[in-house]
Design a protein around this ligand. Structure first.
Ligand SMILES: [Cu+2]
Length: 155
């Protein structure tokens, strides 16, 4: 497991797939870093049928991985966007995940938020790549996996 200079992440989200994509599991760690956050995402069990492509990955403002028949994670709401900017300038916009036969691993630095800003919000994985143009969320398709971002208290 990757650790940022041996430190423990300030926040973590355990990621699970929706009922339709229940093999997906993983986590996202948020490390407090000078000027922002290092996000480390590890995801396994992405079903073969979805292909070895890119999957939209964002922080959404809602605080629960619940939804309805049509949208399993509808309650995650819109992208985390405290400054009311267009996509892909939302604070919660991140690079898509790259799927490698079911596994994705990514590390990215962002200065758009600190870990404490996103505690209680959600990370969402989508079925399609983010096109970084279409409003409001990059035409990234269905929400296939989700995790609530929780503070790590054992620091
Ligand atoms: Cu999203």
């Amino acid at each position: 497991m990757y650790t940022e200079n041996g430190r423990i992440p300030a926040a973590t989200a355990q990621i699970s797939g929706s009922k339709e994509y229940d093999t997906i599991n993983g986590k996202a760690d948020f490390y407090d870093t000078y000027g922002g956050t290092i996000v480390v995402a590890e995801v396994q069990g992405i079903p073969e049928g979805l292909g070895n492509g890119f999957f939209g990955f964002h922080i959404h403002q809602g605080g629960a991985c619940t939804g309805n028949e049509e949208d399993a994670f509808a309650d995650t709401g819109q992208h985390y966007n405290p400054q009311d900017k267009p996509h892909p300038e939302h604070a919660g916009d991140l690079p898509p995940l790259l799927n490698n036969k079911g596994t994705a691993w990514m590390v990215v630095y962002t200065d758009r938020f600190y870990p404490e800003d996103v505690i209680g919000k959600t990370v969402v994985i989508h079925s399609k790549p983010d096109d970084f143009r279409t409003q409001p969320s990059g035409d990234s398709g269905k929400k296939i996996a989700c995790g609530v971002i929780k503070e790590r208290t054992n620091r």
